[in-house]
Design a protein around this ligand. Structure first.
Ligand code: F0G
Length: 378
């Protein structure tokens, strides 16, 4: 067996492609290295011949892709001597910021919207010792306040306007290219603040030799034994971004003041990476599309029920979108498609349980009653 060092997080693995000083104290929880799961049952169900994968970012340490960016942002904040970090968040960024701040031994402040935050995310921020400020407004109000505040207080912003966040998040594209030994034809993902679509595009551009930090050498993790060593690929995927119909600035072509959707993670009307996301879409030949809440929840259920992957509602929009575009032929048969599942379904148990329908049956604690209830379904 060739020697493989223990996986210790994405900064250690991709150090030569990330702006981290050699002697930096790395703040990591072992983020990244998430599974790329090939869906079997859903493509068969829709009768289309596609290679459909989900990149399950819900398996990061705090249950969302935010950890990829947070290891970078907090490592850099500590490097700069910062004693506190701050973010506005629909939930996942706050959970991640709080965890990485705890790991670093610094304070975190998180501004979350009034209501409409998934309970799992709130629990995380509290447990990791964040000072949680529930503002009487939405995410966009929180973002505005954080930017104003950071100009007056010694706190580092760790929202995706912090460029280190996107640097960390680009590594998801590295992992996909490494595993497929090529870029996918299409990459589908939810779009809220639009940092992640931007970060993926940076990552794919670097893999194709076209980005700023284009890969020129073997990865520092394995010193050349992994497949990534030869993974400069000439092609890049078409980037497809999906939004909730009630929070759809990229569909409208302008900011939305009162965003609303069951997918609270992407309840955002004023995305910060507006220009970058348009550039990713344009340069890749991609598009944006939108979905009603009911369609988002149907996709979430389908994925959990048919392929065993439980993601949060915002994440499911990538699968809803891919399936619609595969069915219509906009994504042609024979394509390799990757959907990012940005967060774990356990983040938002309330929304899942509200859809329970007849999944929960009350029975007497007697053998006959249990038998009847089981035979009913066999
Ligand atoms: N999916 C999930 C689960 C998210 O939490 C987010 C963003 C997105 C998708 C959209 O990604 O903003 O890069 O376009 N959540 C942020 C937060 C805004 O505060 O947790 P994006």
């Amino acid at each position: 067996m060739p020697f493989r060092p223990r996986y210790t997080g994405l900064i250690d693995k991709y150090r030569d492609r990330l702006p981290v000083p050699d002697d930096a104290r790395v703040i990591s929880l072992g983020e990244g290295n998430t599974p790329l799961i090939r869906l079997n049952n859903i493509p068969r169900k829709i009768g289309k011949n596609v290679d459909l994968y989900v990149k399950f970012e819900g398996l990061n340490p705090t249950g969302s892709f935010k950890d990829r960016g947070m290891t970078m942002a907090v490592t850099e904040a500590v490097e700069q001597g910062s004693q506190a970090i701050i973010c506005a968040s629909t939930g996942n960024t706050s959970a991640s910021a709080a965890a990485y701040a705890a790991r670093a031994g610094i304070q975190s402040f998180v501004l979350i919207p009034d209501g409409k935050i998934a309970m799992g995310k709130l629990a995380q921020a509290i447990m990791h010792g964040a000072r949680v400020l529930q503002i009487e407004g939405n995410f966009d109000d929180g973002m505005r306040l954080v930017k104003e505040l950071a100009a007056h207080a010694p706190v580092t912003i760790v929202n995706s306007i912090n460029p280190y966040r996107l640097q960390g998040q680009k590594t998801a594209a590295f992992e996909i290219v490494e595993e497929l030994e090529r870029a996918p034809d299409f990459h589908c993902l939810p779009v809220g603040n639009a940092g992640n679509i931007t970060a993926h595009w940076i990552g794919y551009c670097e893999c194709s030799g076209r980005g700023e930090g284009a890969l020129t050498q073997a990865c520092s993790f394995c010193k050349g034994s992994c497949r990534y060593a030869s993974a400069i690929v000439g092609d890049r995927p078409v980037m497809v971004g999906y939004q909730a119909a009630g929070a759809n600035p990229f569909l409208r072509g302008e900011m939305v003041d009162e965003p609303d959707t069951v997918a609270t993670a992407i309840r955002i009307g004023h995305p910060q990476s507006w220009d970058q996301a348009w550039a990713a879409s344009r340069e890749s030949g991609g598009w944006f599309d939108q979905f009603e809440d009911s369609e988002i929840l149907t996709a979430q259920r389908l994925l959990a029920d048919h392929d065993g992957v439980f993601c949060e509602p915002a994440s499911a929009i990538s699968v809803a979108g891919a399936l619609r575009d595969i069915r219509s032929g906009r994504i042609p048969e024979g394509s390799t498609v990757v959907c990012t599942l940005t967060g774990h379904g356990l983040k938002d148990p309330d929304v899942a349980i509200r859809q329970a329908g007849d999944a929960i049956v009350k029975v007497a604690a007697e053998l006959d009653a249990v038998k009847r209830a089981i035979l009913d379904r066999l």
